[in-house]
Design a protein. Structure first.
Length: 193
């Protein structure tokens, strides 16, 4: 049997997708909704929870782990509206298996605020080490407007203990799939243990 066939057999046995709630947080206008729109293949308004103020989108991901394929269904929660920094409803964080923290590479204050967003999440979810987090610097296409250096990002990464960092563009799509794939992979590995 070829290795391709081996992958296929395991895939059939493992048809049921594992659901994983992912939340995306960060200051208004950093591009959270745009990143989801770029990534998710079904319409973003698939579900809306007015009491929580959140949109939920679903996207299946096929994780390639050695010769195995694992189907994960990402349920991506997005803050609805453009409110200023605020404490989100507990329900928004409840049951989250992974967190995407987004800032805007052209707006240094949005990077500074990442620690506040992380603190809020930890406040609701408990110990940060338990839940995979990923740091995202968005709008990488606006090259001449970038006001954040690699050193500044490194400093924050160390401060908040997040090793995974992606520079994305929701406009061109650069690194968008890679970023969502990585959080799915981290969540899957974390849940296994
Ligand atoms: P939010 O959900 O974090 O609040 P949005 O942010 O996704 O609504 O994006 C805010 C604005 O930034 C939008 O512009 C959107 O088009 C723009 N934007 C998002 N991501 C990128 C990116 O990667 N590159 C560029 N150049 N622009 C981006 P408008 O003008 O519609 O408000
Ligand atoms: Mg939005």
């Amino acid at each position: 049997m070829s290795s391709d066939a081996a992958i296929h057999v395991r895939d059939l046995k493992n048809k049921k997708a594992i659901p994983a709630k992912i939340i995306i947080i960060g200051d208004p206008a950093v591009g959270k909704t745009s990143l989801i729109k770029k990534y998710v293949k079904i319409p973003i308004d698939s579900e809306y929870l007015p009491t929580v103020g959140a949109h939920i989108s679903k996207q299946p991901v096929k994780l390639l782990l050695g010769k195995d394929i694992v189907n994960v269904a990402l349920l991506i929660w997005d803050i609805a509206g453009q409110d200023v920094f605020r404490i989100l409803h507990k329900v928004y964080y409840n049951g989250a298996k992974g967190i995407i923290l987004v800032f805007d590479l052209t707006k240094p204050q949005t990077l500074t605020n990442i620690t506040r967003w992380q603190n809020e999440a930890i406040g609701f979810l408990g110990r940060s080490g338990k839940i995979p987090m990923i740091l995202v610097g968005n709008k990488s296409d606006l090259k001449s407007e970038i006001k954040i250096s690699k050193e500044e990002v490194t400093k924050i990464k160390e401060l908040i203990h997040i090793p995974d960092y992606f520079e994305t563009s929701a406009l061109t799509g650069t690194n968008v799939t890679e970023m969502f794939y990585t959080i799915a992979e981290r969540v899957y590995s974390n849940e296994k243990h």
